[in-house]
Design a protein around this ligand. Structure first.
Ligand SMILES: O=C([O-])CC(=O)C(=O)O
Ligand SMILES: [Mg+2]
Length: 234
């Protein structure tokens, strides 16, 4: 945690919406590879919906276990194109967030929620079409009693997520991108998409990965032998 724990930081600068929209054209797997495999928040942050991809500017809420007071404070700091990232100060599975808070965020054109804890009302959230990625789903509610922080750096899935940075999230999970890396993330993702398209066409045409990636010499070097079935007794 940072030195100042009871703080709401206002006026965080945000990347241009057009850049966020461009990033949203790429999958998390693509952008993650393109940036050199950094910033993935891990496989345990799962979407409650399927088939949704969002990119947005980060507003953070640092909350106490079982207490969603600072989520309410964070909602006020959210603007169109944002994604709210919530992290508890220590692990907690409680359902901090549901359809009422989502209604509030949707009214501010917030693009989604990423929470390193639990959510509830998941059927309603899916019905509303409000995108959520969470570590847990839990009916257990929270109180509103303890001061935390809004728009301070938080840690989610072992990654530091800063206010004003960028989140890209889809069915494969969530990744965090530093604001300064956003243009590079877009360009590198474009280049990777082009490369993958060429590979896709070659594979669809019957070329094998073994040949496309020149893996036969590697198999040989590793001592892998090709043996007819009749000669291979185990
Ligand atoms: O009210 C809460 O504390 C969380 C919730 O269920 C909602 O936002 O609908
Ligand atoms: Mg509720």
């Amino acid at each position: 945690m940072t030195a100042k724990t009871k703080v709401v930081v206002t006026g965080v600068p945000r990347p241009p919406l057009a850049q966020l929209d461009e990033l949203a054209g790429f999958g998390v797997a693509t952008a993650h590879e393109a940036l050199g495999r950094i910033g993935y928040l891990g496989p345990e942050l799962r979407p409650i919906q399927q088939g949704v991809r969002v990119a947005g500017s980060v507003v953070t809420a640092l909350v106490w276990p079982g207490d969603n007071l600072m989520i309410h404070a964070a909602v006020e700091q959210c603007a169109p194109g944002d994604i709210l990232v919530v992290a508890p100060s220590s692990p907690c599975t409680d359902g901090y967030f549901g359809e009422l808070l989502a209604t509030s965020l949707a009214s501010r054109s917030v693009r989604g929620l990423v929470i390193d804890a639990g959510v509830r009302d998941t059927a309603e959230l899916r019905e509303m079409g409000f995108p959520v990625w969470s570590r847990h789903v839990s009916a257990q509610g929270t109180v509103k009693a303890t001061a935390g922080a809004v728009n301070v750096p938080v840690v989610v899935g072992g990654q530091v997520v800063r206010p004003g940075s960028v989140i890209l999230a889809d069915d494969d999970g969530v990744m965090s991108i530093e604001a300064a890396d956003l243009p590079r993330a877009i360009e590198a993702s474009k280049a990777r998409e082009a490369k993958e398209q060429a590979t896709r066409e070659a594979l669809a045409g019957g070329q094998l990965g073994l040949d496309r990636y020149n893996l036969r010499p590697l198999l040989k070097e590793l001592g892998v032998e090709y043996v007819p079935y009749e000669e291979h007794h185990e």
